[in-house]
Design a protein around this ligand. Structure first.
Ligand SMILES: Nc1ncnc2c1ncn2[C@@H]1O[C@H](COP(=O)(O)OP(=O)(O)OP(=O)(O)O)[C@@H](O)[C@H]1O
Length: 753
């Protein structure tokens, strides 16, 4: 069948539209051996035949000085295929090549299909050599494909000028977030990138880049209990270097950011969350932007900032961001999903991506001319942004649609930049106001004058000293406890209820045989109760704090050690205050040994156990990415410690391969120390019918084998276990909780090597 018969009615037109006086577009069936011809004779693509070049047009940056540019060229981004896929490819190596594979699969081979399942290998798992050859012809300057990886970005180039707001658009899976990740240098550990990213003509410096960049993520994690003002204040306190900003300047900065983002009305409103009403969705997004803007960032990257907002809120946010970009002379780049025309036209530039390649990059006002030149005029009543995104996808799954998509890509590669540069020059000389940008002199003076907007002003990896971080983070942790006392109050209430139950269940124990046994029970159940009562409130909040910490740390805000210590410093007094009343009252209610020495040893041992439980809470919290996961681990660990640490299972009955659990359990040492403290001086009465009679506390200790270590040694073991738990928690936080991305400087592309 003649493939041309499948083209849309206007796709084979050989004449250029009138809007394109300087350009002639041809659509030969097979004029060149581009990768569109992968299946011989199957697909033809429109090829721009008349190159027009002028020095100005050839310069994609319009002669803007390099130190006012953030630019990237020939970016490739390869992600590792799934383990199963790699295994299958290895297994099928040597299988016959699939030159007869359908075109869509060949497109997949060269990394242009959107279906992640395809990867870089054909269905048989072997590489399609013909397609790879074609790929190398089209992209000779890019690194060769790796069969174990999927190429997500194919030689993407672009730039943002200082004071410009640029949008990256494309259908789902086009590579928008990947491009933003490459530019922000936050990449998956297994990813492989090549190309060049330059900021003000220089390579990015890993120590300063994350502090020069504000990255607003899609899931704007924030503390629900803090108000807008507090959220921004903490961000400023942590991110602005103390040596450059004093307290009042810091405060001023927060006020200016609030004013700039029009958050005045809600500055005292809590952020809120699923269980607590707070600011609106649009305000929340602004606060997320604000937490980045209070710092001295030069580059603002936003991942779908308008998602979840209604059209009005989205437009307001974009307008606001544009204003700020101008005022602060930022380099602003955002990904955006299906913007309305109203939003679309607000960008200084839009970069349209499909299949990891650019198919338009330029002012939104020039997009209609470019697409019309390719016979893709926007039908009446259709949102142009939607239309441009839709035509670049093969939603129909037909050869004609495939040809259309490839046509868009190859046309842009061959002529796009020249066309946009010529058109911009022409329209600027005609005085078209739609593409004029305000001159620097016209811009509003920024209310916020950055003091370290240049990498050269940033010294060291962190903005502030460790002690300053510790102080601010501890302050914030304490504030979170005070401002959201629900968990602390619930935990305190739980202590009171248990005090009443345990206190009255073991009320004023006698010194007969029943009293001896009940004492043993009380001294076991109290540490068991403590390990549950301390652990769960910590786990209810810590995983969220950990995830916020990871976000803040990825912006180079503070060190993990200061965060971790701040958590310990605030959690210990919080838990001690909550438990103290319980320990004092229960001692008196149960009627334990009435000497000051015994009482303080009792208090000391119990508080040491609280410290151990805090340590365990931090181990579980640091190792769990969510509250749900933490709540799966916590009961299991606690029950195991309870089972092997008390007298439920005597030491002699514990299977040898479980004995280590007995020695690891904090309950072992707490129980032994409390029992020795209580029983050593006691005597008990025996009745004639007593089958087994404990005459002294010593008999009880002997019977239950509770004197392996002295009280002091038990206290030492508890302190050691606490130290081990805290150390393990720290290691887990650093290791398991490390960001899933790393700073990556692209490898130079082949042409530059
Ligand atoms: N680390 C990764 N591992 C595997 N595949 C990945 C990885 N990162 C990106 N991809 C794939 O690359 C393609 C582009 O992903 P990306 O997130 O950049 O798309 P997007 O345009 O931002 O899409 P959306 O609008 O849906 O967020 C997708 O098919 C995605 O599955």
């Amino acid at each position: 069948m003649d493939q041309r018969s499948q083209l849309p009615p206007n796709a084979n037109s050989s004449s250029a539209p009138s809007t394109l006086p300087t350009m002639h577009v041809m659509h030969p069936v097979s004029s060149s051996s581009t990768f569109s011809d992968l299946a011989p004779g199957s697909l033809a693509e429109p090829t721009v035949a008349t190159p027009i070049s002028s020095p100005a047009a050839a310069d994609p940056t319009n002669n803007v000085s390099g130190d006012r540019l953030f630019s990237w060229s020939d970016i490739t981004y390869d992600v590792l295929l799934s383990k199963a896929r790699r295994k299958q490819i290895k297994k099928n190596r040597g299988a016959p090549s699939t030159s007869a594979a359908p075109t869509s699969e060949k497109a997949a081979v060269i990394g242009t299909a959107t279906d992640a399942e395809h990867g870089t290998a054909s269905p048989s798992g072997s590489l399609d050599e013909e397609a790879l050859e074609e790929y190398n012809q089209v992209f000779p300057h890019l690194p060769p494909l790796d069969p174990m990886r999927r190429r997500v970005l194919n030689g993407v180039s672009g730039h943002v000028k200082k004071g410009e707001m640029v949008a990256i658009l494309g259908a789902s899976g086009a590579g928008k977030t990947s491009l933003l990740s490459v530019l922000s240098a936050r990449l998956d550990k297994s990813s492989d990138i090549a190309g060049e990213v330059l900021f003000q003509s220089k390579q990015r410096d890993p120590t300063t880049w994350k502090r020069l960049t504000g990255f607003v993520e899609q899931d704007d994690l924030m503390f629900s209990a803090l108000t807008v003002q507090e959220t921004l204040q903490y961000s400023a306190d942590l991110r602005l270097p103390k040596r450059l900003y004093n307290k009042s300047e810091c405060q001023q900065r927060v006020d200016d950011t609030i004013a700039m983002l029009r958050l005045d009305k809600c500055k005292d409103t809590r952020i809120g969350g699923p269980n607590q009403r707070g600011v609106s969705g649009g305000e929340r997004k602004r606060v997320a932007v604000g937490t980045e803007l209070v710092a001295d960032v030069s580059v603002l990257l936003l991942d779908e900032p308008t998602s979840g907002l209604d059209a009005f809120a989205a437009l307001n946010l974009v307008k606001n961001l544009k204003e700020i970009t101008r005022e602060r002379d930022l380099y602003t780049l955002m990904t955006i999903h299906q913007p309305s025309w109203n939003i679309f036209k607000h960008f200084d530039k839009v970069i349209l991506l499909t299949r990891g390649q650019v198919y338009y990059s330029g002012p939104p006002a020039l997009a209609p001319a470019w697409f019309s030149s390719l016979d893709h005029s926007v039908p009446e009543g259709v949102n142009p942004a939607d239309y441009y995104i839709t035509i670049a996808e093969n939603y129909e799954k037909t050869n004609a649609a495939e040809r259309r998509v490839r046509g868009l890509l190859s046309s842009w590669r061959e002529q796009g930049e020249t066309f946009v540069a010529n058109q911009a020059a022409k329209e600027a000389s005609d005085g078209d106001p739609t593409i004029q940008r305000p001159s620097l002199a016209d811009r509003k003076q920024s209310r916020i004058v950055p003091k370290s907007s240049d990498a050269t002003d940033l010294t060291g990896t962190w903005p502030n000293s460790w002690l300053h971080e510790l102080w601010i983070l501890s302050h914030r942790c304490a504030m979170l406890i005070f401002k959201d006392p629900t968990i602390a109050i619930a935990s305190f209430g739980q202590n009171i209820v248990l005090l009443i139950i345990i206190g009255f269940a073991f009320f004023r124990l006698s010194y007969d045989q029943g009293g001896a046994l009940a004492r043993i029970g009380a001294l076991f159940i109290i540490p068991v109760n403590a390990s549950f009562a301390v652990l769960f409130p910590i786990l209810a909040i810590f995983p969220l704090q950990r995830n916020i910490m990871l976000r803040e740390r990825s912006a180079g805000t503070y060190r993990i050690s200061s965060f971790y210590l701040s958590k310990i410093l605030t959690e210990v007094p919080n838990q001690v205050v909550q438990r103290l009343l319980f320990y004092i009252c229960v001692y008196w209610m149960v009627g334990l040994r009435q000497t000051a020495g015994a009482f303080f040893i009792w208090l000391g041992i119990n508080l040491l156990q609280v410290a151990t439980a805090i340590g365990l809470g931090l181990v579980i919290g640091c190792g769990s990415s969510s509250i749900e996961l933490a709540n799966v681990f916590a009961p299991v660990i606690n029950v195991v410690f309870l089972l092997f640490g008390g007298n439920l299972l005597p030491l002699s009955s514990i299977p040898p391969w479980f004995i280590w659990l007995h020695w690891m359990s904090p309950i072992t040492y707490t129980y032994s120390a409390l029992a020795q403290n209580e029983f050593k001086q006691l005597t008990f009465t025996c009745t004639a019918d007593s089958q087994q009679c404990y005459r002294s506390g010593q008999d009880v200790l002997n019977q239950y084998d509770l004197q392996r270590f002295t009280i002091a040694e038990n206290a030492g073991f508890l302190a050691a276990i606490t130290a081990v738990f805290l150390a393990v928690g720290y290691v887990l936080l650093r290791w398991l909780g490390r960001p899933s991305f790393r700073y990556v400087q692209p490898k130079k592309a082949l042409s530059q090597q």
